[in-house]
Design a protein around this ligand. Structure first.
Ligand SMILES: *Cc1c(COP(=O)(O)O)cnc(C)c1O
Length: 354
């Protein structure tokens, strides 16, 4: 069987089918049904935040975040080292992304370069806790305060990570999550918004369901409501979160023991209780990466280039700037296969080919 970078976790079939059967009995499929409500309550409790909204995916979560904070034009400072949805959400909301290069240890936005990118048109900072590593949240908060900017974290990789005793996805004015099937914890498709301020939270809640309540239309909205089947998958998977993280940790440590001296890895962070969301490795050059991919392909194993290209290189951007560190890292980084149920022999085989 082919081995890809990930394989979605699936709960025992009977547990999911029981919930599906309950949905059939109730006849409620969507519009804040009982599963969605239970899922939201579960998330609030687990993440330690009052305002959490479950939405259809992590990309619309970012778009809703911008909208709920009133950012519908102007510049948004972000990182070039992320999945494309970070920047596409900014562009889709008719804002201009301004890229600030990353630091080379954990590949998050370089906070020492943020202030020089701020202009009178800057509205917000959208950093990414890439691979589940924490951005310098304290520095970002003080820069944002000083310049009166909003902070939206793309926290798509952080579910299950805790930083300084707090869920890593609970920092900033809003943090967004993705519950896509490729993520460590998923609801097939899905996303979430964690909001600090109650008024912003109420607005976001209205925005995600057409901006109206009954016959009262408050604002222009969109449909980002999640349904009962996805929530059922989330509730089933959540029961296994501890096991999922523990198994990913075990596989990551096996990789560590077989690879650590030969291949460069992100640095461990103090104060971070890591979720083992990914296993990124840095090759010495792009050619080395491609050669390793070739060797693995012969064994039907397919790591992935996360993230390539560096987003400042997207051809549809109007303004392009250089981000040498991100471009360099992007050219030679890959994530190795990591998923629940991965066999020890597979890890060993991969390491022997690297
Ligand atoms: C997966 C991901 C998204 C998008 O989430 P979807 O649920 O697939 O829309 C956004 N940002 C990052 C960093 C991601 O990895």
């Amino acid at each position: 069987m082919s081995i890809y970078v990930t394989r979605p976790f699936l709960p025992p079939k009977e547990e999911f089918l029981k919930k599906v059967s309950d949905i059939f009995d109730r006849g409620i499929l969507t519009n804040q049904g009982p599963n969605v409500q239970e899922f939201e309550q579960t998330m609030r409790k687990f993440l330690g935040i009052e305002h959490f909204h479950y939405v259809t995916n992590g990309t619309i979560a970012l778009q809703l975040a911008l909208h709920a904070l009133g950012i519908t034009e102007g510049e948004v400072i972000t990182t070039p080292f992320s999945y494309v949805a970070t920047v596409s959400s900014i562009l889709w909301e008719r804002c201009t992304p301004v890229f600030v290069d990353i630091e080379p240890k954990n590949f998050t936005i370089d906070v020492s370069k943020i202030e020089e990118a701020i202009t009178p048109r800057t509205k917000a900072i959208m950093p990414v806790h890439v691979f589940g590593y924490a951005c310098d949240v304290d520095a970002i908060e003080s820069i944002a305060k000083k310049h009166d900017l909003k902070v939206i974290y793309d926290a798509a990789h952080t579910f299950g990570s805790f930083y300084k005793g707090r869920a890593l996805c609970s920092y900033g004015d809003i943090s967004t999550l993705s519950f896509h099937a490729t993520k460590l914890f998923h609801t097939i498709e899905g996303g979430g918004c964690l909001v600090q301020d109650k008024d912003v939270s109420d607005k976001l809640n209205l925005l995600r369901r057409f901006g109206h309540e009954g016959d009262s239309h408050y604002m222009l909205g969109i449909n980002a409501k999640q349904d009962e089947f996805n929530a059922a998958m989330g509730l089933c998977n959540f029961r296994y979160l501890k096991e999922i993280i523990a198994e990913r940790k075990k596989i990551s440590e096996l990789y560590n023991s077989l690879l650590i001296k030969k291949i460069e890895r992100p640095k461990e962070q103090r104060n971070l209780e890591y979720n083992y969301a990914y296993y990124p490795v840095l090759f010495e050059s792009e050619n080395e990466l491609l050669a390793a991919f070739d060797r693995l392909r012969k064994m039907d194993i397919y790591p992935r280039r996360y993230f390539y290209p560096s987003l400042n290189k997207l051809h549809y951007l109007k303004v392009k700037n250089n981000n040498p560190i991100s471009e360099d890292i992007s050219s030679r980084i890959a994530c190795l296969p990591l998923f629940v149920g991965m066999k020890e022999e597979t890890v060993k085989a991969i390491c022997s080919r690297l």
